[in-house]
Design a binder for this molecule. Structure first.
Ligand code: HEC
Length: 122
């Protein structure tokens, strides 16, 4: 029992540490406050993980946004925002960056128009 609790605590600490590291680029970037961040600053934050054009993800398990369908990107972001889609990093990103519906449309349109996955299977 006691050992289990300790393990849970260790896991929790590790989890919190990992999420902090992962979220670091957005939280500790120059403009720390989500409110008042311009669209360009939000776009830049996405770029730290997905690549400025959405085609150079930081890690292999970070998805390529470039060239994905605009609707798909927008729906994914809305799903992260209202919790239908769960991922420790993205759920925090949409909150920290305070993405509005307008931001979501603009970002989705931006990344969907970049060359990337587009062309696959066409
Ligand atoms: C700290 C790193 C990080 C930042 C910053 C970040 N993302 Fe992500 N993003 C991820 C990871 C990791 C995933 C994979 C999550 C999953 O598997 O559900 C993801 C998933 C996504 C997806 C779903 C893609 C798919 O193929 O299903 C979209 C859309 C997305 N991010 C858009 C954005 C946008 C737009 C921004 C900026 C507002 C942003 N992300 C900022 C790490 C990040």
């Amino acid at each position: 029992m006691g050992q289990n609790n300790q393990m849970n605590k260790n896991f929790l600490t590790l989890f919190l540490l990992l999420s902090l590291i992962a979220v670091g680029p957005a939280i500790f970037s120059e403009e720390a406050q989500a409110n008042g961040m311009s669209y360009e600053q939000k776009l830049q934050a996405c770029g730290t993980c997905h690549g400025a054009d959405g085609d150079k993800p930081l890690a292999p398990d970070y998805p390529i946004l470039a060239g994905q369908h605009e609707d798909y990107l927008a729906n994914s972001l809305k799903a992260y925002k209202d919790g239908r889609r769960k991922h420790p990093i993205m759920n925090v990103q949409v909150q920290v960056l305070d993405l509005s519906d307008a931001d979501i449309s603009r970002l989705s349109s931006y990344f969907s128009k970049k060359p990337g996955l587009r062309g696959l299977g066409e």
